[in-house]
Design a protein around this ligand. Structure first.
Ligand SMILES: Cc1cc2nc3c(=O)[nH]c(=O)nc-3n(C[C@H](O)[C@H](O)[C@H](O)COP(=O)(O)O)c2cc1C
Length: 181
């Protein structure tokens, strides 16, 4: 890949990791939450449609209900998977179902948010595993109880909290760049 120019943005990009163990019951502050949401809101969207919506879930019972519903849907073995890894805040990103760019727009926003979390010294992990559940009939019904409109679809989520176990860097696969000069 070669050298890169070091600056504060590159420092945050290169230090971000997916945190998979959070301090239980330690909530992020409202200022931290607002900063992360600002980063999401200011992400670009194709044709500037700004259709991505952010559902901030800080109610542990709602997180537990999603965990149970998702586990029953995906595994159906009676075990509940903590998809949030103990994080106290889970933010769901939805967008217009008929948008060609639903996942791209939501993906750009969620990465902005994970970098904002990193810049604040918080851990985060992008959560995609709920997608099939939220696209199912049961998942759509449950989503409507959270206020998600019928013409919106879950794209991606992000769990955020204080890091309990710092994650290790995962080495990047090499030789993925082709230069055409
Ligand atoms: C689109 C997407 C979906 C992901 N979904 C999950 C998930 O559902 N659960 C999870 O624990 N991690 C999830 N991750 C985190 C990846 O496992 C993680 O980014 C990858 O292992 C690389 O680790 P790093 O982020 O620390 O570099 C997801 C990441 C991306 C980009």
């Amino acid at each position: 890949m070669g050298d890169y120019i070091s600056n504060p943005v590159m420092d945050v990009i290169l230090s971000r990791r997916s945190t998979k163990d959070y301090q239980r019951g330690v909530q992020i502050s409202d200022a931290e939450l607002s900063t992360i949401l600002t980063a999401g809101i200011w992400a670009p969207t194709a044709r500037n449609t700004q259709h991505i919506r952010f559902y901030v879930i800080q109610n542990p019972e709602v997180i537990s209900t999603i965990a149970k519903n998702f586990s029953d849907f995906a595994f159906n073995d009676g075990k509940v998977r903590d998809f949030c890894h103990g994080a106290p805040t889970f933010i769901m990103l939805t967008g217009k179902t008929d948008s060609n760019y639903l996942d791209v727009d939501a993906g750009i926003a969620v990465e902005n948010m994970s970098l904002a979390a990193e810049s604040l010294g918080l851990g985060s992990v992008i959560i995609g595993c709920l997608k099939n559940y939220f696209e199912s009939e049961d998942g759509r019904k449950y989503a409507s109880t959270l206020g998600i409109p019928e013409d919106h679809t879950f794209s991606i989520g992000i769990a955020v909290g204080q890091i309990a176990t710092p994650p290790q860097a995962k080495p990047r696969v090499e030789n993925r760049i082709t230069f055409i000069k």
